[in-house]
Design a protein around this ligand. Sequence first.
Ligand code: CO8
Length: 260
Amino acid sequence: SNDKILVEMDESTGVAVMKMKNPPVNGLSLELLTEFSISLEKLEIDRGCRGLILTSASPKVFSAGLDITEMCGKSAEHYAAFWKAVQEMWLKLFGSNMVTIAAINGSSPAGGCLMAMCCDYRIMADSPKYAIGLNETQLGIVAPFWFKDTMTHTVGSRVTEQSLQLGQMYPAPAALKFGLVDQLVPEDKVQITAAAAMAQWLSVPDHARQITKPMIRKPIVDRLVKQREADIDNFVSFISKESIQKSLQAYMDRLKQKKQ
Ligand code: CO8
């Protein structure tokens, strides 16, 4: 199937809008991640496409992060394939040559926050109901080094250290204060603001911008490229532990109970 990632390309501006569509919360499943990487690769090699706006087709949630069911009760082979797809998404998005802007139209925990941080610029819906952050430790799991590197790249070491240890989720206004997002606008203005910011970024000559971006990002990308297999092995052995499976299961149960 081919329906979890919607892409609309505007030939006149050279800007593609990519919407994640995996109801109810845009969990990053193996299927979504695979489709994401294929779609991004297509845009990357399309010389007419200069900019990408990443957003969600669901109101209220940008992405709930990795689909936890992909990490529960599955085989080692499945965990390895899943983790490889998470790595691929990150390598492609963080390393993109295009201008990438996240239009964060709702909550954005964990993997959702990671995707947003991979972009060059972040615009978030101005509501304290929506929060963003890397909350992994709250689930009893650990954000890998390249999640940490991405956050450090975005907000610096001190904020990252504290945020990661606490698994802190920040309501949009708090996230703006220390630069986890760049701009807050009313919910119904997120898309139009992203388009305006994109026009500004695209006013810089591509060749100059495209040499500048990897000066900062390439060493961060290379760190994962060099140890991709070890990182997969590490994930598979960690996630397969009975104690880790128990905490993930308990977290899923809590998510479901919250509703009743
Ligand atoms: N994966 C799978 N299912 C999920 C997820 C998820 N990440 N998030 C929510 N769901 C499910 C809920 O269980 C619920 O299911 P059901 O309808 O069957 O009860 C359904 O989606 C709807 O969820 P909510 O009712 O909670 O929806 P709300 O609109 O009230 O809230 C939120 C949306 C804010 C996104 C909320 O669902 C939430 O906080 N979800 C949890 C997000 C989270 O903690 N994600 C962490 C994922 S881990 C990750 O991304 C990185 C891991 C790094 C790996 C570490 C290496 C070991």
